[in-house]
Design a protein around this ligand. Structure first.
Ligand code: SF4
Ligand code: SF4
Length: 452
């Protein structure tokens, strides 16, 4: 059986108020890890006691893998120390005590028309702004767009040279799981910066056509429709999909569903099948940077869960502690059984709410006891096969989990561990409540650490 023929139906995030925009107040403090994704950490360029302004460069490094970091609050650097991130790792982080003034640093003149920039200038601007790709696998956007000689050739994620012309720019106006909503929310609004972002992405990737992928049960999408109608060359289209067929909106299943192309797993990349795939949030962050020449200092995230007083789409400063966001939303109605950074299915449970929100955190959910399955008392695998029936990449998750739990990581790898896209479908259906994705992530991490 081919990949991605299996899926599980999940409810929409469509309860009243779930797409309400909530503008949270300026936090008193932000903490900015110098490593905001799975790349190399940056080196601080400020010291404790320095005063900083919004948008000021506070950490940098060499190479496209290391993202520069900018202050998201004006105030004083109060600490540079190791702090916990939402991934559970500890990395150096810069803490800024706000002065309440929210003063922006003086930036170079307003940017020239992005269409006049060369590809190298565009890449430099993208890198300087510290942009990442949001979605399932965050990485520095400039790095993802390199090398510039594409479409003639590019390197695949495992270092092989691949000659594959990119013909399609795919913009996913979808969220990686139905519990999240920022991309769908943004798709219904109009954005001055979107045309410039699309032009830049097409120039950098060489794609001739643009496909917007939208949620069939959401909308309307006035700007996307007018971009399609206004394209005289008829190279822009909209493809609606049923986004509740989880995990259809993850990169590999999405490309299969929309274009019928199969990204080679486990190490393949959309480019390997001629697709430059970005979500709408990434495109808008790029467009905003090209328009204003400012780095990204705030972001939208989905907030929800029955324990939270208020749900919707929250606008927050990057670096705000999860606890401060919860307080800004009116606090908890009752003690939460679980707080998750990210989506309810693929996100990570948090035990320390001083963890700051970073660019790749798409959501914050405070769940009640009746909304979760407690994994502390998980049982032995009963070989029921339910996980096999839902795994979109045809693995045998129950067996893989046994190898991982016993530390037989190489054996798990031989059985397809890295083909797992961490969708969480197996967790969702397991009657023994086994923490399957947790075990897979842990095993992958151990194997990758051992090879560094
Ligand atoms: S998390 Fe991995 S093993 Fe489980 S269903 Fe998804 S792809 Fe399959
Ligand atoms: S669903 Fe759970 S109990 Fe059933 S086979 Fe898979 S891991 Fe084992």
């Amino acid at each position: 059986m081919g990949f991605f023929t299996k899926a599980i139906p999940l409810p929409h995030k469509s309860t009243p108020g779930s797409f309400n925009l909530i503008d949270t107040p300026l936090p008193r403090q932000v903490t900015l890890p110098v490593q905001q994704y799975l790349g190399e950490p940056a080196t601080p360029t400020v010291a404790v006691g320095d005063t900083v302004q919004v948008g000021q460069l506070i950490a940098t490094g060499k190479g496209a893998h290391t993202l520069p970091l900018h202050a998201t609050l004006s105030g004083t650097v109060s600490a540079i120390e190791e702090r916990l991130t939402f991934r559970g790792t500890r990395v150096p982080a810069i803490t800024i005590e706000g002065d309440g003034a929210d003063t922006w640093t003086k930036l170079p003149n307003r940017s020239p028309d992005p269409r006049t920039l060369t590809p190298a200038q565009l890449i430099e601007r993208i890198h300087r702004a510290g942009l990442i790709t949001t979605g399932a696998s965050p990485s520095p956007l400039a790095d993802d767009l390199l090398p510039l000689d594409r479409p003639k050739t590019h390197l695949s994620s495992d270092g092989r040279p691949v000659v594959q012309r990119i013909d399609t720019l795919m913009i996913a106006a979808l969220d990686t799981e139905p519990g999240l909503g920022v991309n769908r929310f943004q798709a219904t609004r109009e954005h001055d910066e979107l045309p410039g972002a699309l032009a830049a992405l097409k120039a950098l990737t060489g794609a001739e056509r643009t496909v917007f992928v939208v949620d069939k049960h959401h909308g309307p999408f006035p700007q996307l429709m007018s971009l399609v109608a206004g394209d005289e060359e008829e190279t822009t289209t909209i493809t609606p999909i049923t986004a509740t067929r989880y995990p259809i909106s993850l990169p590999a299943p999405l490309i299969k569903a929309v274009l019928g192309r199969e990204v080679p797993l486990p190490y393949g990349h959309p480019r390997d099948v001629g697709v430059a795939l970005y979500d709408l949030t990434t495109a808008l962050a790029l467009g905003a940077t090209l328009t204003t020449n400012r780095p990204q200092v705030e972001m939208l995230m989905s907030v929800g869960g029955a324990a939270l007083n208020q749900g919707g789409i929250a606008k927050v400063r990057i670096g705000t502690a999860l606890a401060d966001i919860i307080e800004a939303l009116g606090g908890l109605q009752e003690p939460a059984a679980k707080i998750i950074a990210g989506g309810p299915l693929m996100g990570m449970a948090q035990y320390d709410l001083t963890v700051p929100v970073t660019k790749e955190v798409a959501g914050l959910f405070a769940l009640r006891f009746d909304e979760i399955v407690l994994t502390s008392g998980y049982r032995e695998c009963i070989n029921c096969g339910r996980c096999v029936m839902v795994c979109p990449v045809n693995l045998v998750p129950g067996m893989l989990s046994l190898y991982c739990a016993k530390g037989h990581f190489e054996r798990a790898e031989a059985e397809g561990l890295f083909t797992c896209i961490e969708c969480g479908c197996c967790d969702y259906v397991c009657p023994s409540r086994r923490p399957l994705v947790h075990l897979f992530r842990h095993a992958k991490h151990q194997l990758m650490e051992a090879r560094q």
